[in-house]
Design a protein around this ligand. Structure first.
Ligand code: NAP
Length: 518
């Protein structure tokens, strides 16, 4: 089977055979994907003109209803998606749910936000400023949909969530989407978009899909377009430096890799509920999605006096993790998505070996197929994280994390910041002074901080789970991007314009707007 692309309102196949999509449990080739020879530029024009006009003609509320219809179509076919996620991504049921239900849930969340914006087509910021001595000349800021398209390039680890979280925000903003999933796991994105298009609820040009190589998207973007990229820092840097993107001033949002940390506060002693919660969360980093989450905990900072006990508690969990075929309901950790990722994870674990020692590993399946891509979950310990370098810079995109003892909170903050900017940090502590210091010292280095104290207890959503209410993205190495965050996400797709005029004029302009501070 060769995956087709949905461009210019029709499904078209690329000219070449394309790259293979494999089942990482068996090594079997499931499909190929290629987009060469497809007239992507014409499809982008079609999306801008036909799809853009359709969306801008709809109110926020109507766009929200469209998102709800998409979510309903996906919900109706959910079981088929879980099977594809198992086959093409090696997902267990839990892994698949994070991706599939995360995508559907985000669509529903944005549909709900749209209802609050109602019949409006544009946004007016609250308040206006008087610009002349007489009260006849004022300025008010209005936010309107850009007449371009949203190019969305996604990473292999979230073929559903990555796709729909970006489409949800762009659609609500009134901008058509041109999505490109990572080739290795594109089967799920392809099948979902196919179902949604066949359901007939999406107006022409609002949703396009490229399966295979995406260079033409970078060449085809113009000044009213945006690119939301999720993937490695290397590809992100290439896109940032792309000649056409620089020339056109395209809006660019980059979500790149990240060596995230969790800090177990010095007040969190063995035997306490917070200690156990931190152990549980750190252990998840070595099992959920086989560690292939951009927000995953890679570094576990624990006060020196507690670090041995903490490492042993995580080790006890790691040693019992069942690694194997995700079809087996007992399996907790499936394979990585292919052998290239397996080789990359192993290479990076080797790079860490000079600065760390192994505390525990789970047992990889003995009877694994030749083409499989299993990596045994591995807990490392770095005795001297201040001297370490690779432990702070290397993202092993698999089930591996490193415990790092620290002397005091000041040192813990310095160590966390050595990742040069991350997507997510978590802090387990019941001390207000520790929480305040963490925000002051590490807020600027992170896009999101999860703080678990006794009041939160187990009622938190997890270090790695991205909630659509919260911004997602991180500074520095993490790409300096920002997605989601409720209505804040609209900013990527809309233009803020200061309008100067008379009070009557500004009042008239605001009639079709909802008042909102973004
Ligand atoms: P990748 O190799 O950088 O690829 C990401 C995407 O870029 C893929 O869709 C890829 O397409 C596309 N791409 C590559 N070269 C391109 C070009 N010249 N023109 C247009 N598109 C191009 O990353 P990955 O291996 O898929 O993902 C793993 C990385 O993503 C990890 O480092 C992880 O930390 C990061 N990640 C970050 C986040 C976040 O939110 N910050 C989320 C998930 C993952 P092909 O697949 O067709 O090559």
């Amino acid at each position: 089977m060769k995956l087709e692309s949905f461009v210019n309102n029709s499904w078209v196949a690329g000219a070449a055979e394309g790259r293979p999509l494999v089942n990482p449990t068996t090594g079997a080739v499931l499909a190929t994907a290629d987009a060469s020879g497809i007239d992507v530029a014409a499809g982008m024009d079609h999306a801008r003109t036909v799809g853009g006009a359709a969306l801008r003609g709809m109110s926020f509320g109507e766009r929200g209803a469209l998102l709800r219809a998409i979510a309903d179509t996906l919900s109706a076919n959910r079981d088929a998606y879980e099977e594809i996620a198992r086959q093409n991504s090696g997902n267990t049921k839990v892994d698949a749910s994070i991706d599939i239900d995360g995508g559907i849930g985000t669509l529903k969340y944005y549909s709900g936000l749209a209802r609050k914006l109602g019949d409006a087509h544009l946004i007016a910021e609250p308040g206006q400023d008087q610009l002349a001595r007489d009260p006849v000349f004022f300025a008010r800021h209005f936010i309107t949909s850009r007449p371009g398209l949203a190019v969305q390039i996604n990473a292999f680890n979230f073929p559903s969530w990555g796709l729909w979280e970006k489409i949800a925000v762009a659609t609500l903003a009134g901008v058509p989407s041109f999505a490109k999933p990572a080739t290795a796991t594109a089967l799920l994105s392809y099948r979902m978009v196919k179902d949604v298009i066949e359901a007939g609820t999406v107006p022409e040009g609002v949703l396009s899909l490229v399966c295979g190589n995406g260079e033409a998207l970078l060449d085809g973007v113009g000044p009213m377009d945006s690119i939301a990229f999720t993937g490695s820092a290397a590809t992100g840097a290439m896109i940032r430096g792309h000649e056409n993107i620089q020339r056109c001033g395209v809006r660019l949002n980059i979500e790149a890799d990240s060596v995230n940390a969790t800090i177990v506060g010095p007040d969190v002693k063995p035997g306490t509920p917070l200690f156990d919660l931190a152990v549980k969360e750190a252990s998840k980093a070595l099992s959920v999605k086989a560690g292939q989450l951009c927000t995953n905990i890679r570094r576990i900072l624990v006060a020196k006096e507690n670090s041995d006990e903490f490492a042993q508690a995580v080790a006890a969990r790691v040693q019992t993790l069942a690694v194997g075929d995700p079809e087996n309901p007992d399996t907790r950790v499936g394979p990585l998505i292919n052998q290239a990722q397996q080789a990359d994870a192993k290479k990076k674990m080797d790079a860490l070996s000079g600065e760390t020692r192994v505390v525990a590993t789970a047992t990889a399946p003995q009877d694994a197929a030749d083409g499989s891509a299993f990596v045994a979950p591995t807990l490392l310990l770095c005795d001297d994280p201040t001297a370490g370098r690779f432990v702070h810079e290397t993202e092993v995109f698999g089930p591996c994390a490193t415990v790092m003892p620290y002397d005091n909170m000041e040192q813990a903050s310095q160590l966390a910041a050595r990742a040069q900017g991350s997507l997510a940090l978590s802090l387990f502590s019941d001390e207000a002074s520790v929480q305040v210091a963490t925000l002051n010292n590490l807020g600027a280095w992170h896009g999101r901080i999860l703080m678990v104290d006794e009041a939160v207890g187990k009622n938190h959503t997890g270090h790695s789970i991205v909630m659509p209410q919260c911004v997602h993205g991180g500074p520095g190495r993490a790409g300096d991007g920002e997605e989601l965050g409720g209505l804040r996400g609209l900013r990527l797709h809309m233009q803020r314009t200061a309008v100067q005029g008379s009070p009557g004029n500004l009042e008239k302009l605001a009639e079709d707007a909802c008042e909102l501070a973004l």
